[in-house]
Every structure is written in structure tokens, then in C-alpha cells.
Design a protein. Sequence first.
Length: 599
Amino acid sequence: MQNERYIGEILIRNGALDADRLDDALDTAREKGARLRDVLISTGDLDEERYLEAIAKELDLDMILRIQADEVPPELVEQTPINFARQHRLLPVAFAGDVVRVATSNVPDLSPIDDLRALLGRRCEPVVAPSEVVEDAINRVYERRDENALAESDQEEEVEELQDLIDMTDEAPVIRWVNNLFYEAVRDRASDIHIEPSDNDVVVRYRIDGTLYKVKTAHRGFLPSIVSRVKIEADLDIAEKRLPQDGRITKKIKGKLVDVRVSTIPTAKGERIVLRLLDKEQVLLDLPDLGWSHERLEIMEQLISRPDGIILVTGPTGSGKTTTLYACLNKINRPDLNILTVEDPVEYELPGISQMHVQPKINLTFAAGLRAFLRQDPDVIMVGEIRDGETAEIATHASLTGHLVFSTLHTNDAAGAVARLVEMKVQPFLIASSLLAVVAQRLVRRLCTKCRTPFIPSDEDLRSLALDPQSFGPPKPLIPGQQPRPSRPPGGDDDAPTQVMEVGADGKPARPVFYRAAGCDACAGTGYTGRIGIFELLVVDDRVRREILDNSDAKTITKVAVSRGMRTLREDGVRTVLSGRTSMEEVLAATHAGEIDME
């Protein structure tokens, strides 16, 4: 503890810590058996960067905030065991003449540098770096080494068919290579990992914010060992290569529990694997976080507070339907409500809510689960998806007998949900009586605020979003170096931090400012970080109900809903473009022109 006090005095001397906090922090460290550094960071008295700056200044050491993994000499990596680097949080990063510069976050304890000096046979000079930077660099440089090992395979290895697959998967480079797939996917916010065989190699792609990116390759000869490694972790049959298989893996990555859903299928070039990553500790989003406008959010909150009826969320796979349903349940979740869900699969665990996973193999389908729920005295029921007439009929009758029902359908727009229910043999009068609202939604990528680039849209750009160029004033050039604020459409209800468009002398609002993606380090060069929803909210009022009873088609119902104030998907996308949160290209890709053409 004497050494810990010395560290505290260094921090005080260099202005990183108030003197009156040291004794309390030392007492806490003594009680918990923890380091002073960890106590101060956990209590918020200082962050790691300030701590390292103070120590580096005291010891007269350089400090770096970035390590370029591809510039680390391979010979230094070969001579430094990965376990040693991870244990002591250090990494040799460069030669400086005859001296090796070693990045470390484990300061002021520099004794491991002496051990590294013996390993490398060279004099070592420590430089200070944050622990996350060192950890990330360790993973990157050793992954590069493993990739090189997997890429360097001669022809004999490629055609050797009888090698024991279990022995192959026990090779450390393959295990580390697969583990790094998970680590990097979590670091890069990927939702899926695709491992795909081709003629000459194995291609790995990550789906990030809905878009697939090729991230790495391995030699074709290592496909069996990679597939077997994943199958072993997922408890699948490694000998079965002819049939699709499904499994799951639970990983702890950077302190977070990640649930991995594994799917394998046989293809002409070998087995293909898709890994779906679900962060079990992810903070559940609230409705305002999803991108709802203020006005529509108020309507949605009123709808989900109703005691009975059906609320449907529609859209293609991967459009965020389940996230919206979870946000709705999270909003109304309270001790006096009995909320039950039947899902395929249960993606996130909701405290205070009973969730059931469907298992068709034992006839536990959505319909069977829903039928059982009605004997559990529920107030609110969520059905993962209405796939058949039986489920639709049970859900409809449940809503008519005093239950609030949430579910999803695969339709392109909100009005299409009505036609889909009719196709499932649900009578129009039952739909009209039970249906409260239908939400159609899409996900668009959110522009990175650090690098988004403003521009004045052309007449063609405005027309592509169904905006009339003649309704705006003449374009004004942007002032170089000045970041304009995004525009809010006249009469808009968007509560983003934007300003209302200025009105010129001609009485027309100024032409809006749009933003396009650029790319920077913060967004990994994509120009986007995260995704946001655009929504079409069809509320079933008396006019819409009359059209349902008359068995009107989806287009007629949409026209009536628009005349009653419904904003289409494309129109809601325009709102998001005008607020500067997404690009014109994203909205055009996610919606169809016909969604706004009501003529």
C-alpha cells in the first residue's frame, strides 16, 4: 500500500488528483484489495488518460494514443508470446535504432519491460498508451500473424482430405483466428458474421449497420478446421456436412455477454456459416431513441396504453420490428401488468416479462404458445410474428376479449397488413373491430456527425424526394469552413436540434441543406454510425375502419389514411434527411417512390 500512496502523490503532484481524495481512495483500495488506479477510475475521480498523462510526465516518458498495427515489425511479434503481452498489457511497436519502443499501460510498474528485454535481446524503451489502445493493438497484430499463417498453405495441404478435423481445430492459429472474428465483430458493432467458401479462399464479411463489408480471408485449405471450430463451440455435429444445422454460442467479450446464433448450410463450394450476434447486456432502447417524431411519438404512446386491441409492426427482415416491439413493452412494463411474449428466438431478456421461445419440433408454435397464454391471465401479449391464419385468428379473438396484442407481419407498407390478414382468412369485421394501428418501418444509416458534409441539393435531388423545387427560394452557396445547421421542414414536428427554414423576401423558405457521408476514423471510413428508424403510422380511425369493412384494397386504405394525416415512409424519410440525421441516398434506397405517389 506504500507503493499505492507513492502513486497517489505522483497524481497530486501532477494535478490529476485532489489531495483530499487520496486517503479515502486508499482506504477503499485497501478494503477491496484493489489498485488505487482502478478505484479512482471506477469512482470517476479521474479517467485513465489523465492518470497515464500524470505518470508519463513524472517518469519522463512519451505517451501515444494510437498504435498502427500494420506498422508493428513482424519479428517483434514472433519473439513476444501473446499471453505475456496480454498479461502485462504491453506490446513492442517499433525499432528506434538499436532500441525497441514498447507500448504499455501498466505504469508505473515497468518490471515486465526488463523481462521483455531478455526475450528480445535488445534494450527496450517504454512509451505509455491507454489500456484499450494496447489491448486492441495486441489483438490486431497477432490476428495478422494468424491470418498470414492461415493464408500460407501449399497445394498438398489443400487436397489432403483425410486429416483429422479435430486435430486441425486444436491448432492455436485457427482457434485464435476464430476468436478474433468475434472480438472484432463486437468492436466494429457488427450484427452478423458471414463465413463463405469460394474457389480459392474463405471470405469473412461483417454486417455493420445493415451493410455487408468484406473484412478478411483465409486459405481455402483451412475451411474444414474453421467450420469444425465453430461447430464444436456451438455443440453441432462436425461430421454432418450434408444438412443445415442451427446452434448457439455464449461468449464473454470485453466483459459483455454476447449470445451468438449459429446457422450452417451446405453449398457447392463447402459449408457456409452465418453467426448472428446478440448483445445480452445491451441497453434497451426507448421509443424516442428509435427516431420517432414528437407528434407521432405522442400518438404511439397513447395507442400502447390502450387496454385491448392489436398493434402490428410491419417491414422486411432486419428492419427493426422486434426492437420497436421491445421498446413498446419496455414503455408500458409495470408490476400491475402481466406481460407475456412468444418469440422465435427470444433476442433480449426483458426484466419483469415472461418470454417463451417457440420450438416447432415439439409443436410449440406461435399459435400453440398464444393459446396457452390465454390461460395465464395476461394483460399484454406479444407474438413474435403472425405467420398463419390460426395465429392471426387467436390473436384477433384475444384482442377482442380484453387483451392488448403486439405482433409483426411481413408486408411492405402499413395498409398491406390489412390485406395480409384477409388473405389469412380473418374476417374484415374482426380486423376492423380489433386493429388499433399498423406501423411500417425501415432502418436507415445515421450520418456520422464528425465527418458529414453539407451540400445544397439540386432541383433533381429535391424532386427525387418528392419536394417541389419551386416551393423554395434560390439556392445560396455554402460559406467554406462554416457548418450550417440542418433545416426543419415548415410546419414540421421534428424535435431534433434544428432550426426552422428561413423565409426570404419572396415569401419562400430557403433551400434546405442536405448532408452526405464522408468517412473518418470515428466511423471506420463508412460515413455512418448506427441506424435510425423511419416510420409510417396508420391509425385505424372511423374512416379507415369503414374502408376495411368495405374490403377496400391497400392503395385505397393508404389514400384515406394519408388524407387523415398519415405520413408515408418516404415522407418520414424526407423529415430525417432535412434534420441532417441521414442522407438522401439512404432514404431513396430504403423506400419506394410509389410510397409517396398517391395520385
